[in-house]
Design a protein around this ligand. Structure first.
Ligand code: GDG
Length: 482
């Protein structure tokens, strides 16, 4: 039966994301690729064990010459990666122009976003080019799993092409951002196109029930879709399933790294350096949604409120460079630099602000020596740093201070201290509470979070389990309805 053939061990899977998990570089006239370190990459790496898959995406650089394109394709082939070539202006308008300057802020409830037709046309064009590139590689029965907001039109464009070729495939879509409440989504003039684009999927996955519910309500109000049955959307001749998938981490990777002798050395050095000092750690991409200006003002308020703690607290903040071609991100970086300087001038250098990325081993050492992890997102799909910190706290039982606006907060609030990121007083109190907890309270919070992180590794919850199972089912519905 169809069920049996789909549960076969080696299943055909196509993964699609805007960027490939490998970065390609031109070195002395030839091309080299290296694995990127982003969250999506690590999360899907384990799939190779159970699944035969191809990964489609933009290789991150412009390649014009046909011979060069051939060479890049061959370099990537060894990693099952298939490049979709885009010229640099188009790629820039799609990625920075529409995806990051218009769509991303709206998904994260930022107001004052101005719409512009040129980047929108580029967004459509890139989604079409992706559909063209993928359709020929898919066979009936292949699962196609599309990731994130750069490709919201792709399910519809792909479905259309697949149908033309007489192919029946299940399409899954995972959104890695929040989905805003109905009325906010109206700020986007092309809102209908994007929702219709998504509704050619069989299954749409969200990080939390709230995002899922917002999406369902938007479908009902904007498109008159039928939504009486929980988790399902009926639109035109399609039945679309939605669900919540807890995107997690592989905690073992962190505990293994912490065991390495050089990491142990590093931990000893850091412990020595910060003897008698409470260490607060923050790790964020330099992005407005992470609430970094709020974090620095909250920390400033905390230091004002507690002069007795001068020289007894340090905030180590890693702000990883991100989207540096976008003006709003350049402005944010400048503001943060100024704020960091003021805080250090005023309070005797309690802040170590790093505008760079740190190697993975160093990251785990930092997590491990920190008494507190402070995450201040104004909105955030999930926030995996919260998970990673917990994975490194087996010995210290450090405290997670987590903004109520991070998706992770809807699962972790019981084991953490939550606060409103725009409220400086609340943030200051939350930090103080965190460093004042007694060992028994810390232990019980830690154990709650540890269990949550260990129960929600990506592999159990998404790939091996729910997504393929639900996809199988909705693939069948897809057939019933077409
Ligand atoms: C998006 C959504 C959602 C960071 N700095 C360094 C470094 N990192 C790694 C972290 C973590 C990852 O980057 C960041 O993941 P987050 O989930 O915290 O945040 P976003 O990048 O905004 O991710 C988010 C996620 O997608 C997944 O769906 O949770 O809400 O915004 O893994 O460790 N890694 C290294 N050096 C660094 O300096 N090695």
């Amino acid at each position: 039966s169809r069920m049996d053939s789909i549960s076969n061990e080696k299943q055909n899977l196509i993964i699609v994301s805007n960027r490939l998990p490998l970065s390609v570089k031109r070195v002395d006239g030839s091309f080299q690729s290296s694995l990127s370190s982003g969250g999506l990459v690590t999360s899907l790496a384990g799939l190779t064990k159970s699944t035969q898959f191809q990964w489609f995406g933009w290789p991150g650089l412009e390649v014009r010459d046909l011979g060069d394109r051939e060479e890049v394709s061959q370099t990537l082939e060894a990693h099952n990666a298939i490049p979709i070539f885009l010229d640099s202006t188009l790629a820039h308008e799609h990625y920075n122009g529409f995806s990051n300057r218009i769509l991303w802020p709206i998904l994260h409830y930022q107001s004052g976003v101005t719409f512009d037709d040129t980047p929108w046309q580029a967004y459509k064009r890139v989604n079409e080019l992706f559909a063209d590139a993928i359709v020929d590689s898919a066979e009936s029965g292949t699962l196609i799993w599309i990731h994130d907001y750069h490709l919201m039109l792709l399910p519809e464009l792909l479905r259309h092409r697949l149908t033309q070729q007489g192919k029946s495939c299940a399409i899954g879509f995972s959104l890695h951002t929040p989905f805003p409440a109905g009325d906010f989504w109206r700020n986007l003039p092309v809102r209908k196109h994007l929702i219709e684009g998504l509704l050619s999927s069989d299954l749409i996955g969200f990080h939390t029930d709230e995002y899922k519910q917002n999406f369902i309500e938007t479908c009902a109000s904007l498109l008159n879709a039928r939504t009486e049955i929980p988790n399902q959307i009926q639109y035109k001749n399609r039945l679309v399933c939605t669900n919540k998938f807890i995107v997690g981490i592989d905690p073992q990777k962190f505990t293994d790294t912490l065991q390495m002798p050089e990491v142990q050395d590093r931990i000893r050095t850091l412990k020595e350096r910060y003897k008698g000092v409470k260490v607060i750690v923050g790790v964020d991409r330099l992005d407005h949604i992470k609430g970094l200006t709020q974090k620095l003002s909250g920390f400033d308020a905390f230091l004002d409120d507690h002069p007795e703690l001068q020289n007894k607290v340090v905030l180590i903040q890693v702000a990883v460079p991100s989207r540096e071609d976008v003006k709003e991100y350049q402005d944010l970086e400048r503001d943060l630099c100024t704020m960091a300087g003021k805080i250090n001038g005023k309070h005797g250098t309690p802040l170590l602000y790093m505008h760079r990325s740190v190697p993975f081993a160093e990251l785990t050492a930092l997590y491990s020596v920190a008494d507190v992890c402070l995450l201040t997102s104004t909105r955030d799909g999930m926030n995996l740093v919260a998970f990673e910190y917990v994975a490194c706290q087996k010995e210290r039982h450090g405290v997670l201070v987590l903004s109520e606006f991070a998706g992770a907060s809807s699962f972790m609030s019981q084991g953490s201290i939550s606060f409103h990121p725009a409220n400086k007083t609340e943030m200051s109190e939350a930090i103080f509470d965190a460093i004042s907890l007694d060992p028994a309270q810390r232990k019980s919070k830690y154990e709650y979070l540890r269990d949550f992180v260990n129960e929600n590794t990506r592999w159990d919850s998404i790939c091996d389990g729910k997504l393929s199972a639900t996809n199988t089912r909705s693939a069948k519905w897809g057939q019933d309805f077409t």
